[in-house]
Structure formats: structure tokens, C-alpha cells
Design a protein around this ligand. Structure first.
Ligand code: FE2
Length: 290
């Protein structure tokens, strides 16, 4: 697809087995798909006994498969295996010598949720935290090595759009306020894959947030020069704020404010936006109060 969103090339590949694929990564020469080691029995879902996600079973003894599909359809498809883990989202991938590097958010098992549970009843201690890992995929030895980049539970990685498929030095993610274990997302972290978590901004205790969207400053050349936008649900007032942070420094211009830090802008909406997943779009302008 080109930058105008027009499809310029299309080809198909079949892979054996069930595939729960939510996201993929792309480099100049490859598309990367992770095939999580799960199976799916749709019957309880079809009969209305369970939610769809509750019909997914994780296989702890089976590897996660990484499919490397060349963008040139005449080239051979490769598959590498890595430790059993579950991946929804990739931050980015790029090529480096004989290797493909991909940074992804991994769970040690499938993080299913009982559909009968209220969000406030979830036992977060019993759930696997989502953590950011780096995979080094060696095309010559056909091996995959993975290393933990960030221990704090985090999700929804976002990078500068111009860095997609190229080496990156900055990833923004929604994260837990607490440094270990699983917990609701109440913070944003900025990660340098070489050095780990670099910056932390939190809306705790009463703020709950979603995907941080990075908007580059027009004409900027620095990878983190821009703004980080996110929706923060304010549980004190039952409404949502649009929060804007400075990408070069999440705490820039911040002043001590209660237990948190002020962003560079906080727009109070007149209502709440249901705490959902991510990728929310609207054609309408949102109205806010000063
Ligand atoms: Fe997603």
C-alpha cells in the first residue's frame, strides 16, 4: 500500500494450523507474522455460553512461530520458532545485516478474561503482565533470540510513523503505574530499546488511559519531537480528558499537581468515552470545557 492508502501489490500465502493474528510488522523486504500457539473451539461461543476470547486455549509446550514472508513473492517464505508466548502488538521491525529485529509486546500465556466479570473484579495478580521484548531473528542460522526490554506491564506500542520498517530509538506505550505485575493502564512510558524505560508519566490514582498516539512536529528531524496524545478517563468526575504530552520529555513543563504531573495540555470533555481498546476514530470534533 502506498502513502495514499492505495494497494500497489497483493499476494497470498497459506500457513498451516489455526492463526490468531492481530497485528504484523513490516520491513523493506519482509512482512512478519507471529503465529501464537493457541487453538480455538468456537462451539461455546456460538451457543452463547462464553465470549469468543474464552474459547481460545494456549498451548504452553508449543513454540510461537514467526513467519517471514518476503515482499518479493518469488522469494521463499521462512518460519522460525521462539519460546511460547502470546503477542497482540508489534512496535516495529527492521533489517540489520543477517538479522531482522522486531520489538513486540508479549504475554507468557493468552490473557483471557471471564466475560461475566466486572472490570473492577479482575484479579490482576493472576494475569500475565504484557511486557516489551526484542526478538533478533537470524536469517542465516534460522534462530530467534528474545530479550526483555521493559519489565513494567505495558501495551499499545506507538512509534514515529516515518520509522516504520527502519531502526527506531523511541517507543511510547500505555503502561501500569506499578513497576511489576499486571495492572490497569494508568501511565505512559517512553522506551529506548537500547536502554529500556526512559521516561514515565502517570495519571494514577484516578486516571485510566489507552493507546498513546504520537504526532510528529511538522518539519522535525528528531524521532521524539512531537506530541503524545491519549484519552484519560477521570474516575473522579466520570468524564474523559484528552491529554497532550511533549514527546521529547513527558514531564516537560510539568508542575507538581496532586499525586501526578501536569501534561502540557489537558482538555476536559463534557462526558466520558467508554474505556475501550484502541484505534478509536471519529469524524466529529470533540467539545471540551476550559
Ligand atoms: Fe490492536
Amino acid at each position: 500500500m502506498n502513502q495514499a492508502g492505495k494497494v500497489v501489490q497483493q499476494h497470498d500465502h497459506k500457513i498451516p494450523g489455526f492463526a490468531f493474528i492481530h497485528d504484523f510488522a513490516i520491513t523493506p523486504n519482509y512482512c512478519l507474522f507471529f503465529q501464537n500457539p493457541v487453538s480455538f473451539n468456537p462451539l461455546p461461543y456460538v451457543l452463547g455460553f462464553r465470549g469468543a476470547a474464552e474459547c481460545i486455549k494456549f498451548h504452553r509446550r508449543s513454540p510461537t512461530k514467526i513467519w517471514l514472508i518476503p515482499r518479493d513473492p518469488s522469494q521463499e517464505v521462512q518460519v522460525l520458532e521462539t519460546d511460547p508466548c502470546f503477542v497482540f502488538h508489534h512496535a516495529n521491525a527492521f533489517e540489520q545485516g543477517d538479522e531482522l529485529i522486531v520489538d513486540s509486546v508479549c504475554y507468557e500465556t493468552f490473557p483471557g478474561i471471564d466475560h461475566n466479570l466486572n472490570y473492577q473484579e479482575i484479579d490482576f495478580d493472576a494475569r500475565p503482565p504484557a511486557q516489551l521484548w526484542r526478538f533478533q531473528l537470524n536469517l542465516k542460522t534460522k534462530t530467534a533470540q528474545r530479550d526483555l526490554l521493559v519489565e513494567r506491564s505495558c501495551e499499545f506500542p506507538f512509534i514515529h510513523p516515518d520509522r516504520i520498517g527502519k531502526p527506531h530509538q523511541c517507543i511510547f506505550l500505555a503502561a501500569a503505574h506499578q513497576p511489576q505485575g499486571d495492572a490497569p493502564q494508568q501511565a505512559i512510558i517512553k522506551v529506548d530499546p537500547e536502554y529500556g524505560e526512559q521516561e514515565f508519566w502517570s495519571a494514577a490514582p484516578k486516571g485510566f488511559l489507552g493507546e498513546p498516539v504520537f504526532v510528529p512536529r511538522p518539519g522535525s528531524t528528531q524521532e521524539d519531537d512531537g506530541w503524545v496524545l491519549t484519552l484519560v478517563y477521570d474516575a473522579d468526575h466520570n468524564r474523559t480528558d484528552v491529554v497532550i504530552l511533549d514527546g521529547t520529555s513527558l514531564e516537560k513543563g510539568a508542575i507538581a499537581f496532586g499525586t501526578g504531573l501536569c501534561p502540557i495540555a489537558r482538555l476536559h470533555l463534557k462526558h466520558h468515552i467508554p474505556y475501550g481498546l484502541h484505534g478509536s476514530f471519529t469524524n466529529e470534533r470533540m467539545k471540551y470545557e476550559e
